[in-house]
Design a protein around this ligand. Structure first.
Ligand code: ATP
Length: 324
């Protein structure tokens, strides 16, 4: 490999820039050229390329988002779209790829790499922490800290008014952000996609909280849980306990932004560095991840086929014990 192409794709996540910086500098250090591909697969199809040097990644380690931009690209789902992408990268001499994104990005990378025989190494970048093969994904720690900060602020106003707050957090089908932010933020109850909690059960929990004279109550609702989101949960609870002054806060996209935490910056640097080293040593169609504080690789096929369950049973039990 003489020239690497690097891109971010799918949802942006804090830490992507720190990762780009590490990957670019590791490749340059090894005497390779690097091309930044803007807007993920869309940029490949449109030949939106920029040669990168060491200074292209100066002063970005602390920035949220991604300097390479990101996009969702329909054309890449078609063989013609991927052919165009391949012709473009070949024309500029790119002979290896580093992809930062989530499972959609990895699916595209796996197909593209097989179809056109181009080596690719993937890096898990998504706040959802929903990928097999890595204990953590880039952006997850920062997003969880952002949620905790918000919960702390909501708690101030909740306690002053004796209110019941429903806070909806991101994570898609994963309850990682919800559970960890709920525990760290001292939530009363957490509704998760991985563990069904019906309205009845929630109401029982709230009733015992009310009996123990709690002055404020915060319920975390993961966006992928089964009761239809925070507004719906609040409506149904209100219908049963109309004495509660209920409020809903949907945290939304603010969870995706912000300066990455030290954890995410270090993880991003380690993954970017390792990804390039593996690509240069001849590996392909793998994801680099972290497991038990060690960098490990997993075949993309395995990442895409295996289900993840990252919530520990003792945390689920602890959550209930600590909320009395
Ligand atoms: P996040 O988890 O943050 O949403 P993601 O990588 O899963 O990130 P997607 O939008 O699902 O985000 O995927 C990113 C891009 O990958 C898509 O816009 C598309 O271009 C490409 N892609 C996804 N699935 C496929 C597929 N089956 N074939 C070809 N390309 C695909």
């Amino acid at each position: 490999i003489t020239k690497l192409g690097i891109f971010t794709s799918g949802g942006d996540a804090p830490g992507m820039n720190a990762c780009i910086r590490a990957a670019v500098r590791t490749a340059l250090h090894a005497g390779k050229s690097v091309v930044g591909i803007y807007q993920g697969y869309q940029g490949m199809i449109e030949a939106n390329f920029h040669e990168m040097n060491s200074r292209s990644v100066s002063n970005i380690i602390q920035l949220g988002g991604t300097i390479l931009k990101t996009a969702r690209c329909k054309a890449f789902h078609t063989a013609e779209g991927r052919q165009k992408a391949y012709d473009n990268i070949k024309a500029v001499g790119i002979d290896g790829l580093i992809a930062i994104g989530g499972d959609g990005t990895f699916t595209g990378a796996e197909i593209f790499s097989r179809e056109h025989n181009i080596p690719v190494v993937c890096i898990p970048g998504t706040i959802d922490n929903d990928l097999y093969g890595s204990d953590f994904t880039l952006g997850y720690d920062t997003a969880t800290n952002t949620v905790i900060e918000a919960i702390d602020k909501i708690r101030d106003t909740a306690a002053s008014h004796d209110r019941l707050f429903f806070v909806e957090v991101m994570g898609r089908d994963s309850g990682c952000i919800a559970l960890n932010a709920g525990i760290a933020g001292g939530a009363e109850a957490i509704l998760l996609p991985e563990k069904a909690t019906g309205i009845e059960e929630l109401c029982n929990q709230l009733e015992s909280a009310a009996k123990s004279k709690k002055s404020s109550t915060i319920v975390i609702v993961a966006e992928g849980e089964e009761n239809g989101g925070a507004y719906n949960v609040a409506k149904e609870v209100k219908a049963r306990f109309n004495f509660y002054d209920t409020k809903v806060t949907i945290l939304g996209h603010l969870q995706r932004g912000g300066s990455p935490s030290s954890f995410d910056r270090v993880l991003a640097s380690r993954l970017g560095f390792a990804a390039v080293r593996h690509l240069l040593s001849g590996k392909t169609r793998i994801m680099v991840g972290i497991r038990g504080n060690e960098i490990q690789t997993t075949p993309l096929e395995e990442v895409l086929n295996k289900k993840v369950f990252k919530l520990s049973e003792d945390m689920l039990e602890m959550m209930e014990v600590l909320s009395i």
